[in-house]
Write a protein that binds this ligand. Sequence first.
Ligand SMILES: [Zn+2]
Ligand SMILES: [Zn+2]
Length: 305
Amino acid sequence: MALNPSFHFVCFLTLVSALCNANRNIPNFPPSPSPFHSNLASTITNFDYLKYLKNYGYMDYARAHLHFGASQVEILKVAILTFQMNFGLSRTGELNDETMFKMLIPRCGVSDITDGVNTMILPSRRASTAKHHNKTGAEFPSYYDFFKGRPRWPYTRLSYTYMDGFPEHAKADMEAAFERWANVSDFNFYENLGFFESDIVIGYFRGGHGDGEPFDGPRGVLAHAFPPDDGRVHFDADENWSFQPRTVDMYHFETVATHEIGHILGLGHSTDREAIMFPSLAMGQFKELGVDDIDAISVLYPPPF
Ligand SMILES: [Zn+2]
Ligand SMILES: [Zn+2]
């Protein structure tokens, strides 16, 4: 599977922090005249949006959906359109400020598009979409997705191990994240005390750590994980992690851990901003499992499992 987390932020930490906190109140900016023109883009000259679009699969996806010989501008426009669609933004195909705001928010390192499949919008899933009904009987579409080929675990009792260097004070939050999934599925999780190989191996690393996907320091990529039945999940040790529900200037570890366990179990990214499987997370943001997440796990592992 393609993990493309190497998205790096340079300088502008104060500005980025302000942008992240202001995210919920982003005004609708008028479209910029071309993909390259943006007030914000010209301000944040060191932000490499091309690298972002490439790392998370958007450039290859756009190239594959255009005619042979398409220009770089055409490819970029489709890449930006796809990103805007995935993140619920106005579809302008232009690198406007709203789009830049969204790219600047730290996120999971798992790519949104893997092996040519946009895991956030999949037409075949849309056609047979597992719609759910709320208490009033209204129908809602689902926004979750799975990895290509829908890999999943053949059993539901999974062991886990912490690698050396994982902080003791983060273990309770990791276990609370496991518990969240256990509460809505047939899965249960237990710590392997070292007698056999674990299903899930949990690491906490700074920079390069041997899987070809080095972490990038503070912000940018927060964590990444591999789909079934790999079981590896890694957290960026350079992040300012919070172990309290709502610490405004930190990232909530249990929320991120819950997201990454979703990948471990086979869930891809969701376009539902309320879902735990939405790719990005603002500072201080706390999330529970959403309806979309619970739908996703019960579709991938339908009861009785
Ligand atoms: Zn993710
Ligand atoms: Zn890793």
